[in-house]
Design a protein around this ligand. Structure first.
Ligand code: URA
Length: 439
């Protein structure tokens, strides 16, 4: 359809991007508005997304594209709170349950954490799917409920679904990208994430940009480009934004799957948990508190139980029972090592796909997930193993899924003879002034 209001039409805009021309702000505004209103149909927006995928966008274009997606809906405003607001966003990885201990930890240190999250699609799990493993817990809150929880001095952290009014253009565009092979475009990913985070009304934002086999960004150059683009967009919108590039070659922690990940998050909140998960939780908490202007050591709140108290308050505030038993799978199967050795690598993508095939993830929007399904790891890089020792336990309610999950894990582990020290999960830090400090 060629709607020529305001002198623009979709075909000319698609052709301009196809031919490598920079789009004007007026063209971007028109396209996003017409798409949101249903004047520009899916096939034209899909064609533009593909042209953007191949031609990219300048920083000016991507900043304006983000602004236009924010303007397609409403913005939340927490400026009336008596505490600074700060949020974290991860670009997604296998076993990434960091939001679970992080949000209550940062709230226990004096910030308000408004975390609007999504459900998982494909091999990476969604934070809401994980929390929905807790009996009674509710992801859908009204704006008034969100404001009440955030302003309650005993809670101060909320993890909930983004309402339909938040960047609706992104919701429609993301669903289209998902079925047109245009998800993996740096300007489209950056504008998608940042439009929701800016519309959410946070004062400061820390981005966890994952890089490696289990992440969107498979190499460091792309991860740097994505991080710089998002930090620029945040700074342009007046949101203090910092990014950490973190490793996603191996799964984070020892579990992938909804209830399994909640159990591990509880271990971290109780002062235990896997070293990489604790390290990353504290690194992100320090960045968030720094971005919020709070000079507090989060390790103390993790140690003395204040973070666990906040977790309990946060779960209760959303209808969950923090004392209820988490669901367990009806069937398990254990994979064992064939030879002695030291684990040299464990492929994150293989573990993510196995967990997904066991029922922890969905293949289409709206599908139900199994709360108890997933992979529990027993050996990660650096760990010595003996022949016959367990490498992983697979959990599912539907045992016919074991075969394909085991197929995904066939070559997941590699072994060496020498002990290796696992690398720090934080690779680099990208700040608003562009300084990049390799960790
Ligand atoms: N997450 C988002 O919200 N959008 C993307 O485009 C990719 C990941």
């Amino acid at each position: 359809m060629a709607d020529r209001r305001a002198g623009h039409d979709a075909v000319s805009i698609i052709a301009a991007k196809r031919d490598g021309r920079e789009l004007s702000s007026a063209e971007i505004d028109w396209m996003i508005e017409a798409f949101t209103q249903g004047v520009v149909p899916d096939e034209q927006m899909s064609a533009l997304a593909m042209a953007i995928y191949f031609r990219g966008m300048t920083r000016r274009e991507v900043g304006h594209w983000t602004d236009a997606m924010i303007a397609s809906g409403s913005r939340m405003d927490f400026s009336g709170l008596d505490r600074p607001t700060v949020d974290k966003h991860s670009t997604g990885g296998v076993g990434d349950k960091i939001t679970l201990p992080l949000a209550p930890l940062v709230a226990a240190c004096g910030a308000a954490v408004p975390q609007l999250s999504g459900r998982g699609l494909g091999h990476t799990g969604g934070t809401l799917d994980k929390l929905e493993a807790i009996p009674g817990w509710r992801a859908d809150l009204t704006a008034a409920e969100i404001a009440d929880i955030l302003s309650d001095p005993a809670v101060g952290a909320v993890v909930c679904a983004a309402g339909a009014q938040l960047a609706p253009a992104d919701k429609r565009l993301y669903a289209l990208r998902d079925v047109t092979g245009t998800v993996e475009s740096i300007p489209l990913i950056a504008s998608s994430i940042m439009s929701k985070k800016i519309a959410e009304g946070t004062g400061a934002l820390v981005l966890d940009v994952k890089v490696g086999s289990g992440a969107f960004m498979k190499n460091l150059d792309d991860a740097h480009e994505l991080a710089h683009t998002m930090v620029d967009i945040g700074a342009g919108a007046g949101v203090h934004t910092v990014a950490l590039l973190t490793a996603m070659d191996s799964p984070l922690g020892m579990t992938a799957g909804n209830a399994l990940e909640v159990r591990e998050a509880l271990e971290v909140l109780a002062g235990g948990g896997p070293a990489d998960g604790v390290q990353l939780t504290l690194a992100l908490a320090r960045e968030m508190l720094d971005a919020a202007g709070l000079d507090v050591d989060p390790a103390v709140a993790l140690r003395d139980g204040r973070a666990m108290d906040r977790w309990r308050a946060m779960i209760s505030a959303q209808g969950g029972d923090p004392d209820a038993a988490l669901p367990t799978a009806r069937h398990t199967e254990t994979l064992t090592a064939k030879t002695d050795g030291v684990v040299a690598s464990l492929d994150a993508m293989s573990v993510g796909v196995a967990s997904w095939r066991l029922g922890a993830g969905r293949t289409a929007q709206g599908e139900a997930v199994q709360a108890a399904a997933g992979v529990e790891l027993h050996a990660k890089p650096g760990d010595p193993v003996r022949a016959g020792a367990p490498l992983a336990t697979l959990h599912t309610d539907t045992p016919e899924r074991f075969g394909r999950a085991i197929d995904a894990l066939t070559d997941a582990w590699t072994f060496g003879a020498e002990a290796v020290t696992p690398a720090s999960p934080v690779i680099a830090r990208i700040t608003p002034d562009g300084v990049n400090v390799d960790a």
